[in-house]
Design a protein around this ligand. Sequence first.
Ligand SMILES: [Zn+2]
Length: 384
Amino acid sequence: MTSRSLYCLRCARPAEGFDGCRTCAAEGIGVNAMPPLADLGGVDLSSYPGGPWGLPAALPVPGPPVTLGEGNTPVVRLRNGPDRARANAPASEVWLKYEGGNPTGSHKDRAMAVGVAAAVAAGADTVVAASSGNAGAAAAAYAARAGLRCLVFTNEAVPAGLRAQIDGLGAERVVRPGTTAERNAAMARAVEQPGRYPLTSYSSPSPGGNPYANEGYKSVAYELARDFSGRQLDTVVVPTSRADLLAGIGRGFRELAAAGLIGREPRLMAAETAAAAPFTAALRHPERADQERTRVAGGPTVAFSLGEERPCWQGLDALWRSGGTAVAVDEEAIMAEHRRLAAEGLLLEPSSAVASAVARAQARTSGGLVVAIGTATGLKGLVG
Ligand SMILES: [Zn+2]
């Protein structure tokens, strides 16, 4: 189906399909299967045009590209006033990479551009996604672009703007009330039919999203390396749920460092909503064996696109490798930051504000060049 075989990141066993490593899942640990890292040797970043298809050799999908012009999103410097409580506050800059600038308004476009191309390469006629939001809209758009049908399984809590987007792009929206497990079971039945290709995960513990699609997120790291060329990025803060974006950005930076295109990999930070913060909870344990098996109870949150009960393993791996950490932000602080961004002219969804809140705090305490990933526009509306 694709040119590069997948393997489990944790136990190194070969792994196929879309439900991650079965051996690790039997231990209660969700680990995605991944292709090998790409070799970026010889790449000239100054001529990299951006987006996942700007470096097609780094993708595990043969093509042809499915594209709507995703990627190349702006980086905007945030106003981050000095901390008046500390006279000698360290020098710092906080930037926001605004993924709301993608064609359907979120970072998911980077993944779905690649995932739908993988579906085409696999001979599928229909793609299937389970999503309460941005992934469903992105799947609908890229499926339409490729001439494929699209089924989107949602719950009832989809904001009106997103619902209109999914419907307007011609996807078939299947509303499944009930638990995540029930929605997963419905999607598993749907993808068993011939010609269907899954773009999101549907097993438990969740291994994370489609491993081919997720490779599209590496382009965030490539663009940051190009746009901050010659400067050392100290910290990149990523809103984190299943950690597809976090792990993808981490893989991109590893490829860049291995090819000598950046000096050192930045420290990654997972920004979570305090309503469901498995990475923050996991990293409180001193032993990795306990971190891997962490489980938290999730609650409702304004950051509706975030919220998982367990840390997907490749997210932990990305934090471990970069010396990173995870920080949880409570609802009040999320909405305060949401308003603060809007006062700077940036209307983002609340889960993006989670990252910029953490980035501002990190810059105040540790200084340096800090980038927050603003995952999606706030134009799709809030749950409520
Ligand atoms: Zn494994």
